[in-house]
Every structure is written in structure tokens, then in C-alpha cells.
Design a protein around this ligand. Structure first.
Ligand code: FAD
Ligand code: SF4
Length: 576
């Protein structure tokens, strides 16, 4: 029987007072911690008699090492980093400055280069980075300030006093597969905090609890997401220059699905430019439940242009992560009594530019300024923290996101309608046909098998698992091996399925168990079981999970909740 992870009840938990707890040590959380330290240092220098302490400010990060769970393209727009650390270019790990970009439209065998790069895809002045290395460096800056980063600790629950968020409970460690404490059991800590800042990245698990408890999304569009499947390749020198950027639209997707690919060149560690970061983002609002985003990337690599680029090369890393696509209208309130939400957890991502790092960093800085005011006033109430909402609305975060506020919604009815709306939105400052385009949650677009062609029709090449030739294309398990994913095996499943009967009786028949397809890590399997009405039963391999959150987002019945596994487990996105 499947046993799902939940906090152990009836144990005494160590209590720890805190001024500020930041959950998530990605770009948003690290920028927030660093800015807060800068403000406190400046205050202490100016007011030696009224010093504030940094001792009780903590960052919780579920990865064993800083940056290990960070995966991105990645191109860095340096705007917010220049505000946070002027001159950061001199010491940050930047792989190359962008010198050349191109946008292609792919058909199956051919390609057309767009004569002009659309303004939002112009990247001159941006930097190719590995987000993993960049966040590691940012984390070292935070540690230099004296703020403590607890790695290998996940925030597993929010603590409340009435309607005020009063802290965070960290994950229980040492629980076996049956949910029983082992000899090394350590209960999670209760960090009783004045201010809790959620910077968990896309579909944050504590953020989800908070949004649901206070129905925060009731006036927002439903958040929509894409999943990016990424591979890092070492290729023979001379194939792509460091700092060269290529975006593609079209094949292998048809006109019905939303998404596209990136290819970025990096120098690598040798003397020659030989590292290629490439990946495909598939909108998680496709109709056919048999579609497999990992297969989409494999098909993309078979395009003659990409196959030639990679020929004779070697895939060295693999990973997957979701990203929030919904834009300005999908952002819930970002501050309340005792809490703030940052970065991808809030939805601060510009999907037209495939960029969120600079927005995550800026949101972290604004939240830090707000938290600092709350500490000075000793008032973390909604009245003080709501200043964060106002700061976001009067900052360049809103200015940038406002211009693309309707972008993704314009594609709800396919590529041609999307291009028409995008064109109109570009000449009307993001408005298009109306100020706010509505949206449906992505999973609502998924259709039942009975309504789809049995042979897959025009999408047939995107459906079902990729087999892989072992050189250019790979099956999921081969790819997964390159993600460095490891978990403590003897623990309950952190993929919590609220009603497995739905999987075994309804989903298998109605949708053909799409979890087997959309999960990029082979976590979900339907295994033979004669005792079940359809002869199949859901089985899980949670140790494979790369923490992309796709299952929590795309499941058509919305019965899967991703909760953090025992801290320290997960992928190792070294160099990603
Ligand atoms: C495939 C892909 C390509 C992208 N390309 C680009 C690009 O080229 N340029 C760009 O600017 N943006 C890009 N983005 C977007 C960008 O990566 C994100 O906007 C950015 O990383 C968001 O930062 P964040 O700090 O909000 O979240 P994240 O980077 O997701 O960091 C969140 C951190 O919180 C930790 N965490 C989560 N939950 C918990 C918990 N409960 N307890 C403890 N720790 C927790 C995670 O382990 C992680 O370290 C891309 C995204 C993807 C998926
Ligand atoms: S189980 Fe869910 S979160 Fe984990 S890899 Fe699969 S889809 Fe992603």
C-alpha cells in the first residue's frame, strides 16, 4: 500500500525564535537575504546604539548544497543585479556576454530565420550563466554577511496564530516508508518568525497552502505553467560561439500546443567554446494526455539543424522544471499578515522573454526593504508588509510585466490566434482586444481519450515515451541518470495522491494515466494488478523525482500534491 508523507503528530518539536525566515534559497530568496543584510549593516553603522541583529534571520533550502536544485536556461538580464551589487560583473560566475541572437521557425525538415528579432527576444547585454553556479556564488555572499542558510532543510508547513502566519515548520527527518519514526528520527523545527518570506520557486508547496487557506487567487487568473526539459551537451569546438543565442518556434509542436526551444552557447572549462545548453518548454495546457514533454525535446533534437549542432557531442546533464506563464493577471496578493511571496512562487516571470531571474532578484530586494521596515517598527502586520505590494506595483517589475500581461492567454486557441493577439498587443502596450484576457487553468485543456484520434493524428510524434537511440536521443531513464537525483529511499512518498481509486478506476480509462507521460522522471507507473477493475494500479518511484512540480500542476483531477521529501534529497543540477 502507498504511504504518503505527512508531518508526524504528537511529537515535541524544538522551538526556535526568528526575526525573518526565507523559505527557498534560489535567486529570489538569496537576493532578499543579501539586501536585508545590506540594510541592517547600513542601519547599524548609522545607529550604533540601536543595532539590529542578523543572527535570527534564516534561509531554508531543501537542497543539500546551495544551488543544487536550481535549473534555468539561463540568460541573465543584469538589471536587478546591478542594483543589488553594483559592479557584480567583476566577480560573479558569468559564462559569456550575449553577442549574437537568432529566432527560427521550424518545420519538420526545414527552418526559416525571422528577418528581425522581436524586441522581447533581443539579448545583447545579457549574460549566459549557469543558475546553479550563480546561486552558489550569491549564497556565498549571503553567508559572508552572517545570515545563516540551512541547507537540507525544507519548509514543510506554515504555522499560524489566528490568521497571522507566525512561522515555518521544517521537515521531519528519519521516517520510514510506512510513516514510522526510525532510530535516527529528528522532528522538524518550529521556527517562530516575525516575517515569513516564501521564495520557493514555481508552484511552491507552502505558497500553495497559503493561497488555498486564504483563497488568495480568487481575483486572479488561474496560474498557467510550462515545463522546461533541459540537456547540457559538450560538442566539438566551433559549433556555436560562447554567447550565441538561438530561439526556435514551431516543430515538433503543432499549431495547437504552446512552447518553444532555446539553445545557448557557453565556453565550458576547456580552451574552446564547447558547451551547449538546450531545452524545450512545453506549455502545460496541451489537449492530448498522451503528450510527453521529454519526448518533445527528443523530437526537437532530431531536427536537421539541431542534430548537426550536436553531432559527435555528448549529453552531460539533464533536468526539468516548471515555470509560471500566467503573467501579471495571475499574480495573487503578495503580502499579508506575517508573510510575503517572491519570484516564481508569486508568478513574476516574463514568459515572452523566457526570463524570471532578474524579476525574482528585484522582488527579493523589495521584500527585504519591507521586512527591514517591519523589523525597525517591530510590526510585521499586514499594514506594514502590504508596502511590498505597493513597491512591486510602482517598480519596473510591473512596468515590464504589464506590457505582456495578456501574452499567454492570447495563445489559448492555438498558434495563429496567438500570433494575431501578440501583434495587436505589441502595438497597444500589451492590451490587445481588452485590458484583461481571461484564462483557464492548463489542466482544464486536457481532453479525454474518447475525444481524440486513437492514432494521435497530427500530434502522434509527440505522444508516448521516447525510445532514444542512445546518441542523439534518450529514453527517460537514461536522461534521468544525468540529473544526479538521489533521495533517502526509506521514506514515505512525497507525491501525495489524495485518492488512488481515481487513478485506478477513472483516470486509466478516461485519460490513459497521463502522469506516466508528463512526469519527466518516470516516477509514475501503472502496473498490472488483476484485483483492479481495469487490471492496472498506480505505483510510484518517488526517489526518481526531480522536483519539477509538473504532476501537481498538470494532473487533470488535481488530486496530486507535491510536498517536500526529506531535506537534502532531489536532483543535483551541477552546472545547470
Ligand atoms: C527551463 C527554464 C529555463 C529558464 N530560462 C531562463 C532564462 O534564460 N533567463 C531567466 O531570467 N529566467 C529563466 N527561467 C526562469 C528562472 O529560472 C526563474 O524565474 C527563477 O529561477 C526564479 O527564481 P526563484 O528564486 O523564484 O525560484 P527558484 O529558482 O525555483 O528557486 C527556489 C528555491 O527554493 C527551494 N525550495 C522550494 N521549496 C522549498 C521549501 N518548501 N523549503 C525549502 N526550500 C525550498 C528550491 O530548492 C530552490 O532552490 C527559466 C526557467 C526554466 C524552468
Ligand atoms: S513526480 Fe512530479 S515533481 Fe517529481 S519529477 Fe515527476 S512530475 Fe516532476
Amino acid at each position: 500500500m502507498l504511504v504518503f508523507r505527512k508531518p508526524i503528530e504528537g511529537v515535541e518539536r524544538p522551538q526556535m525564535p526568528a526575526d525573518v525566515v526565507i523559505v527557498g534559497g534560489g535567486p529570489a530568496g538569496m537576493a532578499c537575504a543579501l539586501r536585508l543584510a545590506q540594510l541592517i549593516d547600513a542601519h547599524n553603522a548609522a545607529h550604533p546604539d540601536a543595532r539590529l541583529s542578523k543572527e535570527n534571520i534564516y534561509v531554508l533550502e531543501k537542497a543539500r548544497e546551495i544551488g543544487q536544485h536550481c535549473l534555468s536556461g539561463a540568460l541573465l538580464d543584469p538589471r536587478s543585479m546591478r542594483e543589488l551589487l553594483p559592479g557584480f560583473e567583476k566577480e560573479a560566475p558569468l559564462d559569456a556576454e550575449v553577442t549574437k541572437e537568432a529566432v527560427y521557425f521550424f518545420t519538420e525538415k526545414s527552418k526559416f530565420k525571422l528577418p528581425i528579432t522581436p524586441p522581447f527576444l533581443r539579448d545583447h547585454g545579457n549574460y549566459v550563466i549557469s543558475l546553479n553556479r550563480f546561486v552558489k556564488w550569491l549564497g556565498s555572499k549571503v553567508e559572508e554577511t552572517g545570515i545563516t542558510i540551512f541547507t537540507g532543510f525544507a519548509g514543510s508547513e506554515l504555522l499560524y496564530e489566528g490568521d497571522r502566519v507566525s512561522g515555518v515548520r521544517t521537515d521531519d527527518k528519519g521516517i520510514d516508508k510506512e510513516g514510522q519514526p526510525k532510530s535516527n528520527f529528528e522532528p522538524g523545527y518550529d521556527l517562530q518568525a516575525k516575517v515569513v518570506i516564501l521564495a520557493e520557486g514555481p508552484r511552491g508547496s507552502l505558497t500553495k497552502q497559503l493561497v488555498s487557506k486564504f483563497d488568495l487567487a480568487k481575483n486572479a487568473n488561474p496560474q498557467t505553467y510550462g515545463v522546461g526539459i533541459k540537456e547540457l551537451w559538450e560538442v566539438p569546438a566551433g559549433r556555436i560561439a560562447a554567447g550565441e543565442v538561438i530561439y526556435t518556434m514551431g516543430w515538433p509542436l503543432t499549431t495547437k500546443e504552446y512552447g518553444g526551444a532555446w539553445i545557448y552557447g557557453s565556453p565550458g572549462t576547456g580552451p574552446k567554446d564547447n558547451i551547449v545548453s538546450l531545452g524545450f518548454v512545453t506549455g502545460l495546457d496541451y489537449a492530448d494526455p498522451r503528450l510527453d514533454p521529454q519526448r518533445v525535446l527528443q523530437q526537437f533534437k532530431r531536427h536537421p539543424f539541431v542534430a548537426k549542432l550536436l553531432e559527435g557531442g555528448k549529453m552531460i546533464r539533464y533536468g526539468a522544471k516548471s515555470m509560471p506563464y500566467g503573467g501579471w493577471w495571475a499574480i495573487p496578493p503578495v503580502a499579508g499578515d506575517g508573510w510575503m511571496i517572491l519570484g516564481d512562487s508569486a508568478g513574476f516571470l516574463n514568459s515572452a522573454r523566457l526570463k524570471g531571474i532578474h524579476l525574482a532578484i528585484k522582488s527579493g530586494m523589495l521584500a527585504a526593504e519591507t521586512a527591514f521596515d517591519a523589523l525597525i517598527k517591530n510590526d510585521p502586520s499586514a499594514a506594514t508588509l502590504s508596502a511590498f505590494q505597493k513597491k512591486v506595483e510602482s517598480s519596473w517589475i510591473k512596468e515590464e510585466l504589464w506590457k505582456v500581461r495578456n501574452l499567454h492567454q492570447g495563445f489559448e486557441h492555438g498558434m495563429y490566434a496567438g500570433m494575431f493577439h501578440t501583434g495587436l498587443q505589441m502595438i497597444t502596450g500589451g492590451r490587445g482586444l481588452r485590458n484583461r484576457y481571461p484564462a483557464k487553468a492548463g489542466y482544464e485543456h486536457m481532453r479525454k481519450l474518447a475525444d481524440l484520434p486513437a492514432d494521435g493524428g497530427a500530434e502522434a510524434h509527440l505522444l508516448g515515451p521516447a525510445k532514444g537511440d542512445g546518441k542523439l536521443t534518450f529514453d527517460k531513464l537514461t536522461d534521468l541518470y544525468h540529473s544526479g537525483t538521489k533521495h533517502e529511499e526509506d521514506q514515505p512518498s512525497h507525491l501525495v495522491i489524495h485518492d488512488t481509486d481515481v487513478c485506478n478506476t477513472r483516470c486509466v480509462k478516461e485519460f490513459g494515466s497521463p502522469c506516466q507521460n508528463f512526469c519527466p522522471a518516470n516516477v509514475y507507473e501503472m502496473v498490472d494488478d488483476a484485483s483492479q477493475p481495469n487490471g492496472k494500479r498506480i505505483s510510484l518511484n518517488p526517489s526518481n523525482c526531480v522536483h519539477c512540480k509538473t504532476c501537481d500542476i498538470a494532473d487533470p483531477y488535481q488530486i496530486i500534491t507535491w510536498v517536500p521529501p526529506e531535506g537534502g534529497g532531489g536532483p543535483n543540477y551541477d552546472g545547470m
